[in-house]
Design a protein around this ligand. Structure first.
Ligand code: SAM
Length: 287
């Protein structure tokens, strides 16, 4: 019974019975491919003692598979019109709860209290494409102790998440994610896996927390300020980007880069995580 939500006829019937219509503006492309569903659940690695935060459960196709395996599932869904749908699909799973809210407005640390007594927490999301990046930053910035993140994202975002320095895909998102996690693309997903099919292809990406992070810095906030400043203006040299982005005198920035052994004429997108760490540590010592 549980895997039948991936059957388009059954999913359509469910939505019709509850008078629910898909909203394009909320990125509602529901998963209808059972093979992809299995891959997401397997990648999440959840077991009997796990907690799972799901962002955007939709009709609950992924949620119920997670709830069947995990100790506790908390799903955050923006669209209240899905309430009767989820009440039906999650009825067999008392360990699954839905909170109706915009994830970007939630206090992630408060959500985390639901996972007391769980031995590890995974985050699983088939994300609305228009807000993938803000959602990932909202999660990473909260500083909560997730063990793994498994997300379905647009293929271009998957490339950015795992991008190496030097290419045009490499940016603040790549550094933020790679600082915290080892990133791997698990599966390419064609648009036919969704109802309705989106205009882009997708990929499932798995991020496993690195503990310690990829580079150990004295001041994490400062590290991310440096990263953001370096990528804020891509055409500028690193020296100019940091001068304007950090609001400090040019001579200070030149001295910091010299002490860190980094050429100020380089572009921010050529620096790796370790080099950003060097700059942040020198800055931290001076300020
Ligand atoms: N997980 C379901 C699936 O795989 O079929 C639905 C995935 S659909 C791509 C994205 C879901 O995220 C939709 O249910 C949408 O309503 C929800 N959503 C959109 N924006 C959101 C937000 N800001 N916070 C929480 N959920 C959101």
């Amino acid at each position: 019974e549980t895997d039948r939500l991936t059957t388009p006829r059954i999913l359509r019937d469910l939505m019709t019975r509850h008078g629910f219509t898909l909203k394009k503006q909320l990125g509602q492309n529901f998963l209808i491919d059972p093979y992809v569903l299995d891959a997401i659940v397997a990648a999440s690695g959840v077991g009997g003692q796990s907690g799972v935060l799901e962002i955007g459960p939709g009709a609950g196709v992924v949620t119920r598979e997670l709830a069947a395996r995990a100790k506790r599932v908390l799903a955050v869904e923006k669209d209240r019109a899905l309430e009767p749908v989820l009440a039906e699909t999650l009825a067999p799973f008392p360990n699954a709860t839905v909170q109706f809210a915009d994830f970007l407005q939630t206090d992630v640390r408060a959500l985390w209290r639901s996972f007391e007594g769980c031995d590890a927490v995974s985050v699983v999301a088939n994300l609305p494409y228009y807000i993938t990046t803000p959602i990932l930053f909202h999660l990473l910035d909260a500083g909560v102790n997730w063990q793994r993140i498994v997300v379905m994202v647009q293929k271009e975002v998957a490339d950015r998440l795992s991008a190496r320095p030097g290419g045009k895909e490499y940016g603040a998102l790549s550094v933020a994610v790679q600082y915290h996690a080892a990133v791997q693309t698990v599966l390419r997903v064609p648009n036919t896996a969704f109802l309705p099919p989106p205009g882009v292809d997708s990929a499932v990406v798995r991020m496993d927390r690195r503990d310690p992070p990829a580079v150990v810095v004295q001041n994490e906030r400062l590290f991310f300020q440096v990263v953001r400043a370096a990528f804020a203006t891509r055409r500028k040299t690193l020296q100019n980007a940091l001068t304007s982005g950090l609001g400090r005198p040019k001579e200070d920035i030149q001295a910091v880069l010299a002490a860190a052994g980094i050429d100020g004429q380089r572009r921010g997108e050529t620096l790796d995580v370790r080099e950003f760490g060097c700059i942040a540590d020198v800055l931290n010592t001076l300020s």
